[in-house]
Design a binder for this molecule. Structure first.
Ligand SMILES: Nc1ncnc2c1ncn2[C@@H]1O[C@H](COP(=O)(O)OP(=O)(O)OP(=O)(O)O)[C@@H](O)[C@H]1O
Ligand SMILES: [Mg+2]
Length: 512
């Protein structure tokens, strides 16, 4: 007898978000919950965690009905939830976050030492080496996620572990560790409910799969009876085909493999000269008009640090940046933007959106004054821009007046990208870190299309950083590989393949 959900329903106003969902978790199994952005996964999870009250339906655990769940009664019942958006308190230390609400007595003396030691043990258990005294805000987002998981595991008994997109921000190594931990819990009889947009993970870790679409279950099956195509088809609305390599890449396959590709190049838009900053450098590279260049590197390679320095978030310690031949070494994000350099960071929902403003205002936030005429907002024009971008990125729902906090996680991601597209006239170099993190398989293609038409239409250059080699292979004709803060590989045309990228990033010795 596991966790059984029957006919769960939830509406927000006129929007029916869950339409009678059934779910069966068996003890000692991992269950993947899949669906497109906005399908209702997080809402279902919030109902199970007592954060959202369903309008109807029943939840039972081990045969016992769970009525009127609240966050604390869900925890008491053994349901531990890690929500999609993090709940750690940024200004407290790691240890204080983990023990929040359950502080050990006499914290001032031995208590604090003990708390730190317990925290270190707890973190070690999930393979994370973090100083318990570190302030959460200073940790990279993936590490914060691990702290959150450690915190959850520390809470008393766990019967049901619910993870809402835990791997979106994790590195490969951190993901491995998390999977090992989940497997351990499974062997101990715990049930895990798990959402992800990375379908390969499903086949690795999940025993059962439930797919929801627009709030209804459309597939429920043992994983071993499914193929990847089954999943893609059921997850994506209208089953958008996964695009193959761009024609440019396909053509290059037939070209000579080893000789340098000598196709005429467009003008250089951005030149980066011996740039150094926190954890990287010196790095030199040139980006050409209309080009999307991949930047591949494992976590810790300096990838995000390089991107954020270029975007003006960190100060460069040495080197130069030229945009269209003009000095543009970034001093702040504002300064960078004035020179046409825009950053879409990996941790975008935390940094980039105003949760309580509407979708439209978030989208047009930085271009409102340009759309306005003599200081007066032009609402019709704003609405037209919103409609256009919502359609290009498949924003669901395409409602300009909805507060951003009411959009699903993946749709918030699309909105941040849309914001840069909305001010595309000003963009010369676009830096985009993990563009499809949290975005479902169907909508990914839309984001790639949007980026590539942006580059084509405006002649800007795009530097696309990703930890997924596949993503770079799919979108870029040229790719750079960063390892330990240095560019260690450059590939072009047919040489941009997963094998080359991975080999170069990890320096596999002896591989060809
Ligand atoms: N408080 C709210 N008010 C109104 N609508 C909401 C609210 N919360 C969620 N929704 C809507 O409910 C639908 C389902 O959202 P949910 O967050 O459950 O999607 P999801 O499957 O988790 O998507 P994602 O993969 O993007 O995280 C979305 O259309 C969303 O806009
Ligand atoms: Mg979600």
């Amino acid at each position: 007898m596991g966790l059984v959900v029957r006919s769960l329903g939830k509406s927000y106003g006129a929007a029916e978000v869950l339409r009678g969902v059934d779910l069966d978790l068996r003890p000692g199994t991992v269950h993947a919950l899949l669906g497109a952005n906005g399908a209702g996964k997080s809402t279902l999870i919030k109902c199970l965690g007592g954060v959202v009250r369903p309008d109807r339906g029943a939840i039972t655990l081990g045969g016992r009905a769970l009525l009127d769940l609240t966050p604390s009664s869900a925890l008491d019942a053994g349901i531990v939830t890690i929500h999609q958006h993090q709940s750690l308190i940024q200004t407290l230390s790691v240890a204080d976050n983990i023990f929040l609400g359950s502080e050990l007595p006499r914290l001032r003396g031995g208590g604090r030492r003990r708390q730190n030691r317990l925290t270190r043990d707890l973190l070690a258990r999930i393979g994370a080496q973090i100083d318990p005294r570190t302030i959460v805000a200073t940790l990279p987002i993936g590490t914060r996620q691990l702290v959150e998981i450690a915190k959850a595991l520390h809470r008393s008994k766990v019967e049901v572990l619910i993870l809402d997109e835990p791997t979106a921000a994790l590195s490969e190594r951190e993901t491995e560790t998390l999977f090992r931990e989940i497997a351990g819990l499974r062997d101990a009889g715990v049930m895990t409910l798990y959402t992800t947009h990375r379908l390969a993970e499903v086949f690795r870790i999940a025993d059962d799969v439930t797919v929801i679409r627009d709030g209804s279950v459309i597939l429920q099956s043992a994983t071993k009876r499914l193929t990847p195509d089954d999943l893609v088809a059921s997850v994506s609305r209208g089953a958008a085909p996964v695009p193959q390599a761009a024609p440019a890449v396909a053509a290059a396959v037939t070209a000579a493999v080893t000789t340098a590709v000598t196709a005429p190049r467009a003008a250089v838009v951005a030149r980066i000269d011996a740039l150094s900053g926190p954890r990287f450098g010196p790095v030199s590279l040139a980006l050409h008009a209309g080009e999307i260049v991949g930047l591949f590197g494992a976590v810790g390679s300096g990838r995000s640090s390089l991107m954020e320095t270029l975007g003006g978030r960190f100060a460069a310690t040495a080197g130069q940046v030229l945009i269209d031949g003009v000095q543009a070494k970034p001093r702040s994000p504002r300064h960078a933007m004035r020179r046409g350099v825009f950053l879409i960071p990996a941790d975008r929902t935390q940094q980039a959106l105003c949760a309580t403003l509407t979708a439209s205002d978030n989208l047009l936030l930085s271009s409102l004054y340009k759309i306005a005429h003599a200081g007066v907002r032009r609402f019709r024009r704003e609405a037209a821009i919103f409609r256009d971008i919502a359609q290009r990125l498949d924003l669901q729902p395409a409602n300009p007046d909805l507060a951003v906090e009411r959009l699903s996680g993946g749709n918030q991601q699309k909105l941040v990208i849309g914001r840069v597209v909305a001010q595309s006239r000003d963009v010369r170099m676009l830096l985009v870190d993990e563009p499809t993190q949290g975005v479902d398989v169907g909508a990914r293609a839309k984001i790639y299309d949007t980026l590539s038409s942006l580059a084509q239409a405006t002649g800007c250059a795009i530097l696309l950083a990703s930890s997924e080699a596949e993503e770079i292979v799919r979108t870029c004709r040229r790719a750079l590989v960063l390892r330990q803060g240095h560019i260690v590989g450059e590939f072009e045309g047919a040489q941009v393949c997963e094998h080359n990228l991975l080999r170069s990033a990890h320096q596999f010795v002896g591989a060809t």
